[in-house]
Design a protein around this ligand. Structure first.
Ligand code: GLN
Length: 191
């Protein structure tokens, strides 16, 4: 059985845990550095990236995770989790920081505010269409050394929405909010 952590500081932790359990994974909720013991990968949920970045510092997890990622711990961030992993943030708060393990620039709320949230099919390499739930989603506006596994055109040009850089993965939508487990399965199968 694989052991996967879900960062449980803020956001839709339960939905990720449910999806991972459907895949036969043993889920560890991560709130403090000792919770990282024994995990083979980590999921950073959607929620509010400014809050998550603050709580990562106050929990003592930021520095532990920086070295864990440098040592190769696989990580998958959705929506706010993608923002927290990215190299550069547009429209972030001045005190907001990020891990920089995904070589991309993301624009917060880059598909519009809450009222502009939407659902649309996203065609993922090797899987086919999955339901894409975009809620105040970040838009990936620039990519460096990442592999793009899915792009989506919201009527204003195609942008990556699921990316991978070695063992770090990010997506701008919320696969955990649908019954479709295949995006999580890609990550879990890579562990
Ligand atoms: N816009 C939010 C942020 O900046 C992310 C939204 C989400 O995770 N659904 O953190």
């Amino acid at each position: 059985m694989k052991h996967v952590g879900v960062l449980a500081l803020q956001g839709d932790v339960r939905e990720h845990a449910t999806t991972l359990r459907k895949l036969g994974v043993e889920v560890h909720e991560v709130r403090r550095p000792t919770d990282l013991n024994g995990i083979e990968g980590l999921v950073i949920p959607g929620g509010e990236s400014t809050t998550i970045s603050h709580l990562l510092v106050s929990s003592g997890l930021r520095d532990e995770l920086k070295s864990a990622f440098a040592d190769g711990l696989p990580v998958f961030g959705t929506c706010a989790g993608l923002i927290v992993l990215s190299a550069s943030i547009l429209d972030g708060r001045t005190d907001q920081w990020s891990f920089g393990v995904l070589d991309v620039t993301v624009k917060r709320n880059g598909y519009g505010r809450q009222t502009a949230s939407f659902e649309a099919p996203v065609d993922v390499d090797g899987i086919g269409p999955v339901p894409g739930v975009f809620i105040r989603a970040p838009r990936i506006t620039e990519v460096g050394a990442v592999e793009t596994l899915a792009s989506y055109d919201h009527g204003d040009g195609s942008h990556p929405v699921l990316i991978r850089q070695v063992q770090a993965w990010g997506c701008s939508f919320h696969p955990e909010l649908t019954a479709d487990v295949r995006v999580h399965e890609l990550f879990v199968n890579s562990l």
